[in-house]
Design a protein around this ligand. Structure first.
Ligand SMILES: NC(=O)c1ccc[n+]([C@@H]2O[C@H](COP(=O)([O-])OP(=O)(O)OC[C@H]3O[C@@H](n4cnc5c(N)ncnc54)[C@H](O)[C@@H]3O)[C@@H](O)[C@H]2O)c1
Length: 330
């Protein structure tokens, strides 16, 4: 298939492009404006296989349309978005413009130019504060921050568009907490100001930070810190290939992507200390917009697509992230 990947220079996008290139089945075009993504990731990907990279923003609708005119895409995998929950609570418009409006522009072009398959990076943040420990795809979606709402609105748009256009199928992938780096050390999380727990812990182990914070230890959880479902980036990347193959042959579908297992922030920090040695941790205030517990029920993804995780091990996830962190050259 000829596939357009938006945000392919970013953390998750680059790992998915790698998996697609390794499959040797597709022709790939990556667009990214490098506002968060890294040219180094693109250069690293060029060692894996051939693809076209275009430094372009989704806002540039005219240029984007030219791309659709000159390439007959059969699928789009849409990663490009802003991703920081806390920032979305203070700069909501930034999130609605990029994560919702720009996504709508892309979906509009996909429909205008007959693109049949659309894989969308959604998030567990669309569930908000679930009533149950595990959430399935049919659990209520009540996001508690602008990030989650900006993604949920895009889900609604995709669903309505697919109802109206029977030739258009989506796979909505609701990721839980993504972490780690590629096993061969080629790719990982690049940006220094990341807010992801495991990234921050490995930055602290490797001396890039002198300490790290636990944001709140008074949540209603077993040790008072937030509980999340951490998935290795390579298992997540594989899920995109399975989901795309599934919608090509079947119908639109929504999939949670996680392991179905929760770790508290303190448990992750303890595991990180076992992997990389001791480091300084302090307790800070809660951040706005952080729900207490988010764990995936990902049975549907396993049953319908045949996906099964290969790296479900918190210490393996942390050690891959640490190996990447220690090899980053400033
Ligand atoms: N990282 C996670 O834990 C997580 C969890 C749930 C969902 N997601 C979703 O996965 C997707 C990818 O996340 P990520 O962690 O790889 O983030 P990232 O910031 O590393 O990647 C996003 C990429 O999109 C690019 N981009 C952003 N806006 C753009 C625009 N207007 N035009 C062109 N390029 C643009 C950035 O430069 C970056 O390379 C996002 O849609 C995010 O909402 C991520």
């Amino acid at each position: 298939m000829k596939i357009l990947v938006t945000g392919g220079a970013g953390y998750i996008g680059s790992h998915v492009v790698k998996a697609l290139l390794e499959s040797k089945k597709h022709e790939i075009v990556v667009i990214d404006n490098l506002c968060k993504g890294s040219k180094k990731a693109i250069d690293a990907l060029k060692t894996v296989g051939e693809f076209e990279f275009i430094d372009m923003s989704l806002e540039d609708v005219l240029r984007l349309e030219e791309l659709f005119k000159t390439h007959k895409f059969e699928a789009i995998i849409h990663f490009a978005a802003f991703i920081e929950v806390f920032e979305s609570t203070v700069k909501p418009l930034k999130y609605y413009l990029n994560n919702t409006s720009n996504a709508i522009n892309l979906i509009t072009l996909a429909n205008k130019y007959g693109v049949k398959n659309f894989v969308f990076s959604s998030t567990a943040a669309t569930y908000g504060e679930p009533d149950t420990a595990q959430v399935s795809e049919t659990s209520p979606q009540n996001p508690i921050n602008a990030y989650g709402r900006s993604k949920l609105m895009t889900e609604w748009v995709l669903k309505d568009v697919a109802l109206a256009n029977k030739n258009f199928r989506y796979a909505i992938l609701r990721y839980f907490n993504v972490a780690g780096a590629s096993s061969d050390g080629l790719l990982g999380q690049n940006y220094p100001n990341a807010t992801h727990l495991i990234k921050v812990a490995t930055q602290t182990i490797s001396g890039r930070r002198d300490k790290m914070s636990i944001f709140g230890d008074d949540y209603d959880t077993k040790d008072g810190t937030c509980i999340r479902d951490y998935i290795h980036i390579e298992d997540l990347a594989d899920a995109h290939i399975y989901a795309l193959d599934y919608i090509k042959e079947n119908d639109s579908e929504i999939f949670n992507v996680g392991y179905g297992k929760g770790y508290s922030v303190k448990e992750v920090i303890d595991a990180a200390k076992e992997v990389g040695g001791d480091f300084r941790v302090e307790i800070s205030d809660r951040r706005d917009g952080d729900p207490a517990c988010l764990i995936a029920n990902s049975d549907k993804l396993r049953k319908l697509t045949g996906w099964s995780p290969k790296r479900d091990d918190i210490k393996l996830i942390i050690s891959s992230a640490l190996k990447w962190e220690e090899n980053i050259k400033e």
